[in-house]
Design a protein around this ligand. Structure first.
Ligand code: BEZ
Length: 396
């Protein structure tokens, strides 16, 4: 049967008033496809970790921009909250994104204490969350959950290999110094575990409250203890201050200083020569000399007129991981199971080197040994190949 000149079936029915209003409406799937994906960035934009939050944001947005500003054809809308690295405000800040802004995905954060608050809410609400820095061991340990992924590290992970590096060099007695909160406690515990297991003799822990940068009394104490080496956890603005104070106290040439790589990443321009020779362990470094890293570094520098650091890489990889999930669901992010299954199997082609996801949703990755030379954290070896966090207490 024909429908008249130049009319197809749908046009004919519509003209005749026979097509119901419902039938003219786009399907629910088509409607969802037209909506933007709502991404909540909860990161520190003020305080000692402000620079870290900015680098993560830049890295994430760069990866999205490289995909034409879209994931699986869907545009992205960002909602941003400055968490101030303030654990007490974490529940309120997370709920701004989850309840008020109804984000589809939470990306955050930097500080382990704030992360603890975010994990609790994301678990309850079932919101997909990607952690682009905070090392809180429990996030992919005792509190692990199907909707929680990390693209950075556990606090244990970059510190544990440095224990063996020092023990193998014959170091016997170490003083550790860190901010007294989750990240400092877990990073120094990871170091001590690796050190004692590999033959180290004793570790004495010193602490300073977060985010204090009054190090003088502690430096005097270290000078009087005279350990073979010092291992520290500091990051951001506090790390820069510590490196300068350590050198100014005259300790640099007396007692070698080591740390997880957060000590020297992103701070070298701020410390002049005070960091020269400091060795650290981390999952990224300068001079990896791969095309992937060179391309990333040049795109980042072009976009932001600054050099990328480990935080930028972690933010970048958070978007790469999300892209894997959204592509698997063909843009339909209500298909959480499909997204999660794809993200669990993801092989991330990262500037740091290719990494895969552990069962507990934490990267299995190489930990590099780096040394500060000039303005670079030069990679001088691999301290531990394909290291997986032990994921203690994770039942998933
Ligand atoms: C943390 O709180 O987990 C953290 C903060 C900065 C650098 C590394 C870890």
């Amino acid at each position: 049967m024909g429908f008249g000149p130049n009319l197809n079936r749908r046009q004919f029915l519509a003209q005749a008033g026979l097509l119901t209003a419902g039938a003219l409406l786009p399907t629910r799937f088509a409607l969802a496809q037209m909506q933007k994906i709502r991404i909540g960035l909860m990161l520190p934009y003020t305080g000692t970790y402000a620079q870290l939050g900015v680098a993560i944001t830049n890295g994430f947005k760069l990866a999205v921009a490289e995909r034409g500003g879209k994931l699986a054809g869907r545009e992205i809308e960002y909602f941003t909250v400055d968490d101030e690295s303030e654990p007490a405000k974490a529940p309120e800040n997370t709920n701004k994104l989850v309840q008020r802004d109804r984000v589809d995905v939470l990306v955050g954060t930097v500080h382990s204490g704030v992360q603890m608050g975010m994990v609790k809410i994301a678990k309850e609400a079932g919101t997909l969350m990607i952690i682009p820095n905070a090392g809180l061991d429990a996030a992919t340990g005792a509190l692990c959950a199907p909707n929680i992924f990390r693209t950075s590290f556990s606090n244990w992970q970059p510190s544990y290999p440095m224990g063996k590096v020092l023990a193998d060099r014959g170091v016997k007695n170490v003083v550790t110094l860190a901010w007294k909160y989750g990240a400092g406690e877990e990073a120094t515990a990871g170091f001590s575990e690796g050190f004692i297991k590999a033959g180290g003799k004793s570790v004495r822990g010193l602490w300073v409250p977060f985010p204090n940068v009054e190090f003088q009394a502690l430096l005097t104490e270290i000078a009087s203890i005279k350990p073979d080496a010092v291992f520290v956890f500091f990051a951001g603005g506090g790390a820069a201050k510590f490196i300068k104070d350590y050198a100014a106290a005259g300790l640099r040439k007396q007692i070698p200083l080591f740390g997880s790589g957060f000590l020297t990443d992103g701070v070298l321009d701020a410390v002049d020569d005070a960091a020269q020779g400091i060795e650290t362990t981390l999952h990224y470094g300068d001079g990896l000399d791969t095309k992937r890293d060179r391309d990333f570094r040049s795109a980042y520098s072009k976009a932001y007129k600054s050099d990328p650091d480990v935080y930028a890489v972690q933010g970048y990889d958070a978007a790469l991981l999300l892209a894997v999930g959204v592509n698997a669901a063909k843009g339909d992010i209500t298909k959480k199971k499909e997204m999660i299954a794809a993200m669990e199997k993801a092989k991330i082609d990262s500037p740091r080197g290719t990494w895969t996801m552990s069962k507990a949703h934490n990267p299995i990755q190489d930990i590099y040994l780096r040394k500060v030379v000039g303005r670079e954290n030069k990679v001088i070896g691999v301290a531990h190949k394909a290291l997986a966090d032990p994921a203690r207490g994770c039942k998933m």
